[in-house]
Design a protein around this ligand. Structure first.
Ligand code: OSB
Ligand code: MG
Length: 370
């Protein structure tokens, strides 16, 4: 497919409620939405970085720079038939997986539209609907957290993830566990601990958690391996797994029992699928993480989560958990069985509303071959 032009949009969208993690508080979520025009079709992609380098070193600022100066110039006017060719072309740009993944997403959308196949079909996904849960941010008090969790349980979510940080870990988790003894519960520390400071988390091992997500630093697969030996509860890696190679390291080191796969964090859907295949071959369960995506990224996450190895519920909640208005005409709804339907239309299977993109764009840039 010949890449005729690429359009970037720096979005800032108000969340229905602030989302707080160990690395900060988000009230308006930023990202870079992009479209690729090719032979009369338009494919959409989302680069899921945030404004601040709290989760990852990538920000909307670095993403804009890398896309504009390096990634897009290498694609304009070229024929890019598939994701493998795309990955080969962007190999020379070190790192910046979130920026690359947004472009690859738009390419998959184009390929699907061209072939009349959904992203789920293209990736080999087997489910028409996927199990989902909700990720609940840090709240002012444990009591407030229990109230938030109750609201989500009433809305129909059957798996809860809570964010923890030093000083707000065992107490918060115990409060939720006591209030809801049977709920499927997991915690996410977003790299807020060290091997030493992690000692305080030991009581979590008695709270019947599905997993403990990313307690240690992003570049610290080695210490996660030491930590996993101290816990019965599976450690789940998120930030540490930035490529299929890192997934292999983690498995070889036995640094985790579970992996959270985000296509953005690993440089694209093709890389996410490779990690899925590797984990499946090793009997390691995976689940689809989220980055507060718009309807564009959410559609992509749903398709990814339909692959057979995604055996745990994803952080893919209904649209109304995040935004009052979205950039897609489609809004994703929670089914009574705590699932969300995987889009079945060609490509991502969503329609982008240009008015909404305009409303929430702070900047945009059209690029064509010179
Ligand atoms: O660590 O999983 C994370 C959101 C932004 C960045 C990192 C994370 C998260 C979430 C929310 O936990 C997941 C979602 O509902 O999109
Ligand atoms: Mg996480």
């Amino acid at each position: 497919m010949k890449i005729d032009s690429i359009h970037l949009y720096h979005l800032s969208m108000p969340l229905v409620a602030p989302f707080e993690t160990s690395f900060g508080r988000t009230t308006d979520r930023e990202c870079i939405l992009l479209s690729i025009c090719s032979e009369g079709l338009t494919g959409w992609g989302e680069c899921a970085m945030d404004r601040d380098p709290g989760y990852s070193y990538e920000t909307t600022g670095t993403g804009w720079h890398i896309l504009k100066e390096f990634l897009i110039p290498g694609l304009l006017g070229r024929d890019v038939p598939d994701a493998a060719d795309f990955q080969h072309r962007v190999e020379g740009v070190r790192g910046h997986p979130l920026a690359k993944a947004g472009l690859e997403m738009a390419l998959w959308d184009l390929i699907g539209q061209r072939l009349g196949k959904s992203l789920r079909e293209l990736l080999g996904g087997e489910r028409q609907k996927v199990d989902v849960g909700v990720s609940v941010g840090l709240q002012a008090t444990p009591q407030e957290l229990v109230r938030r969790v109750e609201v989500y349980l009433q809305a129909g979510y059957r798996r809860i993830k809570i964010k923890i940080k030093p000083g707000r870990d065992v107490g918060d988790t115990r409060a939720v566990r006591t209030a809801f003894p049977k709920v499927r519960l997991q915690v996410d520390a977003n790299s807020a601990y060290t091997l030493e400071s992690c000692q305080v988390l030991q009581p979590l091992d008695e709270l019947d958690l599905l997993l403990i997500e990313q307690p240690l630093n992003e570049d610290d697969i080695w210490d996660h391996a030491k930590l996993q030996k101290l816990f019965r509860t599976p450690i789940c890696l998120d930030e540490s797994i930035v490529s299929p190679r890192h997934a292999r390291y983690a498995l070889e080191m036995q640094a985790c029992g579970i992996i959270n796969i985000k296509a953005g964090r690993v440089g694209g859907l093709s890389q996410a699928a490779l990690i899925h295949d590797l984990c499946r071959a090793h009997g390691i369960p995976v689940w689809c993480g989220g980055m507060l995506e718009t309807g564009v990224g959410r559609a992509s996450n749903l398709a990814l989560a339909s692959l057979p190895g995604f055996s745990l519920p994803g952080d893919i909640s209904a649209s109304d958990r995040y935004y009052l208005e979205d950039v897609t005409r489609e809004r994703f709804k929670l089914n009574p069985d705590s699932t969300i339907d995987v889009p079945s239309g060609a490509g991502l299977g969503v329609t982008v509303d240009p008015e909404m993109v305009k409303k929430y764009s702070r900047a945009d840039l059209a690029m064509e071959p010179d």
